[in-house]
Design a protein around this ligand. Sequence first.
Ligand code: HEM
Length: 417
Amino acid sequence: MADAGPAVDDIDLSSIEFWAKPWAERDAAFATLRRERPVAFFEELEVPPFPRGPGYYAVTRYADVLTASKTPEVFSSAAGAVSILDMPAEMNEYFGSMISMDDPRHARLRRIVSGTFTPKMLNRVLDQVAATAAEVVERVRGAGVIDFVAEVSSPFPLIVVCDLMGIPESERQMVLAQSNIILSGGDPEFIPEGTDPVTAFLGAGSQLVELMNGLAAERRERPTDDLTSALVNTAVDGEQLSGDELASFFILLSVAGHETTRNGISHGVRLLGEHPDQRAIWQDDPSVTTTAVDEVVRMASPVVWMRRTLTRDAELSGVQLHEGDKVLLFYGSANRDDAVFTDPDRFDVRRDPNPHVGFGGPGPHFCLGAHLARREIALLVGELFRQMPDFQLAGPPEQLRSNFINGIKHLPVDVGS
Ligand code: HEM
């Protein structure tokens, strides 16, 4: 049970061992933090070749995550939203694009991108997403026990992002491998042997950029109906993305749009396997899908945290913070805060209201792909119910050892034979 947590002084969110602990233990530690030290300071790990940073505050209560998300002028993303250590500014933007910017630069990029991420573009993609979901599930039908992550939840959103951008099929495996490295948090399974994580990280970024630069050049010459063509050929309010901005946006999409959704789906299947009563409710009544999908995202909280940096002194839960302090907004913890969610550890596919912050808090950085991600999860689970209604978990999930992505590396599922 989440409430029988460890002593607050024994919790170290910076230790690699913490992120290797089973989910229930991690949740119990966050329950202790929310109760006893909701804005807790931790030392940073040293990540060579960078100098050791000054440490960060872990923000674990829902109300504080909301406050920080809603006040970007105090809780800034510009020093980096996806990394605890301060990376050089160019590297930040290279890997982070708009997610690591404040307005007005953020607003400009988001405006250009939203101008192309239009309902028309999404509708075209959503038709294709439905077909892809059916195909991916069809491919494993009758295959007995499979690694669901490798066979279904990983390829599916990858194909969706690649289709969205117009990446050819031959490049998908490369995109998968490189985005795995960028989001691995150094998990040795994804870093090529004999390479240090920072070198692997930079190499992965430059391979994605190279791919995108090539594709952008092609689409300038011969536009198609994909997002890349729209991004390189359409000016919004007279503005267009530069080549570098496009490449960084693609890195953002290929990691933000793929790894997150993939883990949402894996956790969804795990939760359905572990909670037959909730599965029966959803499986018997497709109208439950809307609330069920948001409950999966709340329980899974695939993004563990995003970072903000204070532009001036401020207070959260009675803790005085100072200009320059780093804070991490722990979404999974906020999503289990019993000040907001009744019986928060319970998976309840009919939970309503469910104001979770799995896609970020309300504010300028709220997930650009939330609509697409919800549809992907709904369509994939719908196909599972339709094509293999008796699927069962066939072994324990293997956790990704990362403090940033709440990931499942492998998930044995019996899809029937
Ligand atoms: C279950 C799946 C997903 C989860 C849990 C998720 C989570 C998040 C979170 C927490 C943020 C907030 C960042 C912040 O406040 O600093 C975010 C932003 C973003 N997400 Fe998602 N995401 C998902 C799927 C997607 C998809 C499918 C796409 C696109 C294809 C996408 C694209 C983005 C982009 C571009 C941003 C940055 C927006 C900005 O800075 O203005 N995400 N996402």
